[in-house]
Design a binder for this molecule. Structure first.
Ligand code: UTP
Length: 290
């Protein structure tokens, strides 16, 4: 069975949709209940067998590094106060896994963010996780994809069926062949098509398993009108040389990169917390007419 050892987390975007919150704080550190968004993705990666996280960062992202680092002062403080449960929780975060950081320099697009990890990834298949997409799933979303990778031995894109009016917000896959159980061979990829041009409603979401030949493909990919190198365009190029697969992930996905999705995720996770669910539901019933 294949093990995907490395997961790339592109986190160098500017997070403009969350300004002013993201002026001095990365959007990856916005909190769903009491855990930063990025920690959900890191925990998913760990639960899927990954043991190395490669974070692509940019200016003002130090809080992410600090979050996953050991904090001696905090640990000493909690220890002295006998707060053992909190101490264990804090240690769990810093003991999670190995972290490596690479700077993107300028946010030249998701494809470019993946390209700067070339040396750290090396010659092995690897995962890319967009932390914005928080997926509640059992088995974890990436684990489901690793199982598909085992079968097909080629790049696997996570996809989800979206309403027709939403296709223009996503990369959409055109299907060449259905392999069963929500797995497809991809014929083509279209970035943000108009509704009438979309070849399907299968949208690429924030999880990929890629092979090292994506790097030369991305290097050969020219920037689009906005000056960004798109991962979808790199994948299209790669598709000329090898089959690429798509896998419908089973689970509940929250796009926390937009405000409404973020709010829904906060409510969703709060209602699943044993210590909060009941009083929070009562509050919603009494104040929000739910
Ligand atoms: P988004 O499209 O969500 O962009 O990027 P963004 O800058 O983070 O947020 P908005 O749209 O301005 O609010 C998708 C993912 O790709 C990363 C982002 O950090 C995010 O995880 N990314 C994007 C990079 O790492 N580098 C880039 O140049 C662009």
């Amino acid at each position: 069975m294949t093990t995907i050892r490395k997961a790339v987390f592109p986190a160098a975007g500017l997070g403009t949709r969350f300004l002013p919150a993201t002026k001095a704080q990365p959007k990856e550190m916005l909190v769903l209940v009491d855990k930063p968004i990025i920690q959900y993705g890191v925990e998913e990666a760990v639960a899927s067998g990954v043991d190395n996280i490669i974070l692509v960062t940019g200016r003002g992202k130090n809080a992410i590094e600090d979050h996953f680092d050991v904090s001696i002062e905090l640990e000493t403080f909690l220890e002295a106060r006998g707060k053992t449960e909190l101490l264990a929780e804090i240690r769990k975060v810093s003991n999670l896994i190995n972290f490596a950081y690479v700077r993107q320099g300028e946010p030249l697009g998701l494809g470019h963010a993946v390209l700067v990890t070339k040396e750290l990834v090396g010659q092995e298949p690897f995962a890319v996780i967009l932390g914005d997409d928080v997926i509640d799933a059992d088995p974890p979303a990436l684990r489901q994809m690793v199982d598909v990778f085992d079968r097909v031995q080629g790049p696997v894109l996570a996809v989800e069926r979206v309403p027709e009016e939403s296709v223009s917000s996503y990369g959409i896959v055109q299907i060449a062949e259905t392999l069963g159980d929500g797995v497809y061979r991809v014929k083509d990829l279209v970035e943000k098509p108009r509704r009438e041009d979309a070849p399907s409603n299968l949208a690429i979401i924030g999880r990929y398993i890629l092979t090292p030949d994506i790097f030369p493909a991305l290097k050969a990919t020219v920037a689009d009108r906005t000056g960004e190198i798109q991962l979808t365009n790199g994948l299209r190029r790669l598709l000329q040389d090898r089959p690429i697969y798509a896998c419908e992930v089973k689970g509940v996905r929250h796009d926390t990169g937009n405000k409404l999705g973020f709010l829904k995720a906060v409510v969703y996770f709060a209602l699943r917390r044993p210590d909060l669910a009941e009083p929070f539901r009562k509050y919603l019933r009494e104040n929000a007419g739910i």
